[in-house]
Design a protein around this ligand. Structure first.
Ligand SMILES: C[S@@+](CC[C@H](N)C(=O)[O-])C[C@H]1O[C@@H](n2cnc3c(N)ncnc32)[C@H](O)[C@@H]1O
Length: 202
């Protein structure tokens, strides 16, 4: 049995992993991260689930907000290793579907472009809500506006699901929290969606 998951293998080597996302114009100062930062206040603690090589930490250091405490978590051991070398943030191995953190232990939990890769979103969202005190922030690279969920389950951690926006929002409505959405058209000419679920506003 290999110790390497889909993303460890996809990244080929540590250098490839270290530039991942930045290679898609999603590095420090990218619009995606600038918008993300607007939903976080100075001093708040952040758990970044599915953090990849750790660009959010670099971004927050340069552009703010001033994060109180930061922990990155990723299912790929390669990303965890690379992120711990790339910057001074702390990164651990973990699964969005079973987050190894106590209830309400982080002000903000981020799931940035991660749910497309978890073969469904209910477990990760419920877990993020469990460990968050204030809010969770979710981004989608691309949602499905015309059909139901398209999930490509490769038996590992999945590649590139596109979820039905209608079904997703129905799921959000089934939760007891207030949520809001923001979107913009990315450089790749598709709609980039942000969802913020507020735990403090029932
Ligand atoms: C498209 S990348 C986004 C990386 C990072 N959030 C960013 O925006 O730069 C998706 C990330 O989700 C991670 N991932 C996939 N399945 C996961 C799971 N079940 N738990 C935690 N992380 C997961 C991958 O290893 C990868 O780092």
């Amino acid at each position: 049995m290999t110790d390497e998951n889909y993303w460890d293998l996809l990244m080929v080597d540590d250098f490839t992993a270290s530039v991942y996302m930045a290679a898609y114009d999603e590095g420090v100062g990218s619009k995606t991260r600038m918008v993300l930062g607007e939903f976080i206040n100075d001093g708040e603690s952040v758990l970044d689930v599915g953090c990849g090589p750790g660009w959010n930490y670099d971004h927050f250091l340069k552009y703010g907000p001033e994060i109180g405490d930061y922990l990155g978590m990723d299912y790929s051991k390669r990303f965890v290793r690379v992120a711990n070398v790339r910057n001074s943030g702390k990164y651990i191995h973990g699964d969005a579907r079973h987050i190894s953190q106590p209830d309400e232990s982080w002000d903000v939990v981020i799931l940035q472009d991660v749910l497309e890769h978890t073969n469904g979103y209910k477990d990760p969202v419920n877990e993020a809500l469990r460990v968050a005190r204030k809010r969770i922030i979710i981004t989608f690279w691309r949602m499905n506006m015309t059909a139901g969920d398209v999930i490509n389950d490769d038996g590992n951690d999945g590649w590139g699901a596109s979820y039905s926006q209608k079904d997703w929002e129905a799921f959000l409505n089934s939760l007891k929290y207030v949520w809001h959405q923001y979107d913009y058209t990315s450089a790749y000419k598709h709609k980039r969606d942000y969802y913020i679920i507020e735990k403090e506003q029932a």
